[in-house]
Design a protein around this ligand. Sequence first.
Ligand SMILES: NC(=O)c1ccc[n+]([C@@H]2O[C@H](COP(=O)([O-])OP(=O)(O)OC[C@H]3O[C@@H](n4cnc5c(N)ncnc54)[C@H](OP(=O)(O)O)[C@@H]3O)[C@@H](O)[C@H]2O)c1
Length: 369
Amino acid sequence: MEELVGLEQGFRERRTGAGHGTGEEGGRRARDDRRGLFNPEANLRAALKRQLQTWLHYKNLYWKKLYTVNRIRVAVVTGGNRGIGLEVCKQLASKGVTVVLTARDEKRGAEAVKNLASQGLSNVLFHQLEVGDLSSAVRLADFIREQYGKLDILVNNAGIVGTTTEISDPESFKQELADMDGMEKLEWIRKHTTEPYDKAKECLITNYHGTKIVTEALLPLLQFSSHGRVVNVSSHFGLLRFFSGEELKKELNNIDSLSVQRLDELSEFFLKDFKNGQLEPHGWPTEGGYPAYKVSKALANAYSRIIANKHPELCVNCVHPGYVSTDINFHTGDLMVEEGARGALILAFIPKGGMTGAYLNCTEVASFV
Ligand SMILES: NC(=O)c1ccc[n+]([C@@H]2O[C@H](COP(=O)([O-])OP(=O)(O)OC[C@H]3O[C@@H](n4cnc5c(N)ncnc54)[C@H](OP(=O)(O)O)[C@@H]3O)[C@@H](O)[C@H]2O)c1
């Protein structure tokens, strides 16, 4: 009972300011007390409690994000807006991988993502990437770092042939090629194709330098993955058998003594020889046409092998997709994109400690020569 009286009195005192002195001073002290000025210990306890709650909140968020990020597998595909690249995005996403579909053109890339979303693949998002542009690759790397903090799979797929082909009437073109086999179709296209210097240069920049630029920008993020994999979509045309000079062939196959700097030099020498009509005497590929495409893919292969040697913690491999019906060959290929993507998918899911520095001809291991 005494306690109750004491409480009631205390309550009255706090309301009137009595017990804190009299008049104006009492009222001010009561207000200060409510603000905790006269109870620093309680005040400190409350502040520590608030700080602890904030810290716990951020700690939980951090672990939640880390847990989520570690559980998801993240892939980047270059040139993902059409052809084989689009199919690779589709198949990776349907196997539960979060796919960053990249394309040089925002509109085409966003459209491809929208189409995949309409097929139920909501784990595909778009980021712009022009493979030959270092600043574009750095922006992509910044985005991946901020969003996921790591990258599990990189598919370097973007590529061009580096030629100009004249097809005046697509309908008669289709009819004319209808009964031909793959090689005959390729030969027909080659006869209607020119290879100007600016296209050859663009081909080297996209296929070789582009692969190198994107891989180098994303390499630190691949190393943050528990199992980073790089898949370079190459071509049968990148095999060393197409080089006429034995010395050049030997040099490009001797990976232990080859450097990326030397590959850059060779890319420059090739373009100089291309301009000066010196391809044949200097051992570059000439027979059967497409010299820039062949050299660009051979340099990209050699680059893959150097990176595979230098980074045994990663799996870095190349694949020839086969002769696949896409825009690159005016849909003359005899494989569908689903089949063309198979080798790339095998390499994208290769188990930890699996094959590295290798080349697949479609789905079979083959030689770089
Ligand atoms: N199809 C075959 O039979 C065949 C055979 C052997 C090797 N390959 C290789 O397979 C890969 C894919 O070819 P594909 O048949 O799917 O050809 P595709 O249908 O012509 O697709 C090529 C893709 O690369 C993109 N690209 C080109 N230059 C780029 C650049 N500078 N930056 C970013 N993206 C760029 C294109 O984007 P845009 O839409 O913006 O042009 C497009 O998305 C290529 O590396 C090719 O060499 C194909």
